[in-house]
Design a protein around this ligand. Structure first.
Ligand SMILES: [Zn+2]
Length: 452
């Protein structure tokens, strides 16, 4: 009996598979031959540029995004109001190494996001630590009244660069707290970047109510090497001037577009990235590429007249970089509206050549993901494994315990050349790699909608 059924159904199954694979081929063709992603990213980077939460550019980017979504002809396009922190870099930002002989060497630095200013200049002796743990073990006598410099390098031997970043992240996040605890007047860190170059990398940092707030900045890796070399030989001082400051929280928005599900309209599959960026460079890889990937993924399905089973929703989250208010507010809001969120997908690892997807879910979700491996072989995707979803979609897990989160995984080798640096510009995104990422996410969205 089973055999008869199998024989009866086999042709149907293979027909379905064939049409699935033909549809995926059509998705790739659309992305590569008629793609709009590269021009959309150019416009976001060049017509608007960097878009830190609370800035005029972030507000422009919200309007820009809504118009681009409307042009795609989605069933619904709307804004979700949120409140975001507002920090400004200011206009004065400089640092000089002063050698024992009195020579001044100007360095490239960026205030860390959220830092207080120096209120004039801070002039102090440098004390160097090669690792955050060394600072934690230091005596306050060796640090008090000095400027702490944490010269912790990203480990270039890690193949997946995000691992090396994760190991160094605490020097940026907690360096000011640890240095202040011992009485330092300011903290300088080596930028979280792999190459030795002149671009400083900013990023978020924290204070703690139990210790005084001190200014925090990142030196370019090149200048970090210079400072470490001089400080290794002689007593060296440093002059720091920054007038960055925090302003009151500002209203902003997540930007949302969707194609309504034909069978289960209340079952939501979200795909997104973050619209905000740091205020240096153009936020091209981080995360212009991610929002453009998500927009293009849905546009292609719409263009090919795909009728999803579930509601497919693209979300441009605001404020991932310094607060995650977009992700947090979205998760609470959709839960309160009574929506059923089944899957969320995030692209926030740059616009590089796609490698595959990672899943934060159960064993059956991993099995589903791995079942795609064969289907994607022809498209050169090979990574289908357990892993991280994304910062913006993370809060959904607190509201929906059974939600499945997927992260788009592109090649990671060059991401930390550009991450949070002035070099994160449109010119450093490759058109074909961006388009292949769009096709990978669009086809993945199709497979996910079919499966869940
Ligand atoms: Zn990002």
């Amino acid at each position: 009996m089973f055999r008869v059924l199998l024989i009866l159904f086999l042709p149907l199954i293979s027909l379905a598979q064939q049409s699935d694979s033909a549809f995926v081929r059509a998705i790739y063709n659309e992305a590569l031959s008629n793609g709009q992603s590269y021009e959309n990213l150019r416009s976001l980077c060049k017509d608007i540029g960097a878009r830190l939460s609370g800035s005029a550019e972030a507000a422009m980017a919200v309007e820009w995004s809504k118009k681009r979504m409307e042009a795609c002809g989605f069933d619904k396009v709307y804004l979700q109001p949120i409140m975001v922190p507002h920090w400004e870099r200011g206009t004065k930002e400089a640092g000089w190494i002063r050698t024992k002989a009195g020579e001044l060497i100007k360095v490239n630095l960026l205030a860390l996001g959220g830092s207080i200013g120096t209120n004039g200049t801070i002039d102090g002796e440098i004390v160097v630590f090669n690792h955050l743990d060394d600072l934690k073990k230091a005596s306050s006598a060796s640090v008090k009244g000095k400027i702490v410099f944490i010269n912790q390098k990203m480990n270039e031997q890690e193949i997946i660069t995000f691992k090396a970043y994760g190991q160094c992240y605490p020097i940026r996040g907690n360096g000011a707290i640890e240095a202040s605890r011992l009485g330092a007047t300011a903290v300088l860190i080596r930028s979280l970047g792999l190459p030795i170059d002149e671009h400083p990398h900013t990023g978020s940092m924290h204070y703690n109510d139990s210790v005084a707030k001190i200014p925090a900045a990142a030196l370019s890796t090149k200048d970090a090497e210079i400072l470490a070399k001089i400080a290794g030989k002689e007593k060296v001082t440093f002059v720091l001037e920054m007038d960055c400051k925090s302003l009151p929280p500002t209203p902003s928005f997540n930007v949302i577009g969707e194609i309504t599900g034909s069978k289960f309209p209340n079952q939501i599959i979200t795909v997104g990235g973050h619209l905000d960026s740091w205020d240096t460079g153009e936020g091209a890889h981080d995360d212009g590429a991610g929002v453009i990937h998500s927009l293009e993924a849905l546009r292609i399905l719409k263009t090919l007249n795909y009728k999803p089973k579930n509601t497919l929703r693209v979300v441009f989250f605001m404020n991932e970089e310094n607060g995650n208010q977009g992700g947090e507010t979205y998760a609470t809001w959709v839960k309160e509206k009574g929506e059923e969120h089944i899957v969320a997908i995030e692209s926030d690892r740059g616009g590089f050549a796609p490698r595959g997807f990672s899943v934060d879910g159960g064993e059956s979700d991993l099995a589903f993901l791995q079942s795609l491996s064969e289907k994607y072989r022809a498209y050169d995707l090979h990574t289908f494994e357990k892993g991280y979803g994304g910062v913006d979609i993370g809060p959904l897990k607190k509201q929906y315990s059974s939600i499945v989160l997927f992260g788009f995984v592109p090649d990671s080798q060059r991401y930390f050349d550009f991450h949070h640096a002035p070099s994160d510009v449109f010119e450093n995104v490759n058109k074909r790699e961006l388009e292949l990422g769009c096709a990978a996410i669009s086809s993945f969205l199709f497979y996910v909608d079919t499966h869940y």
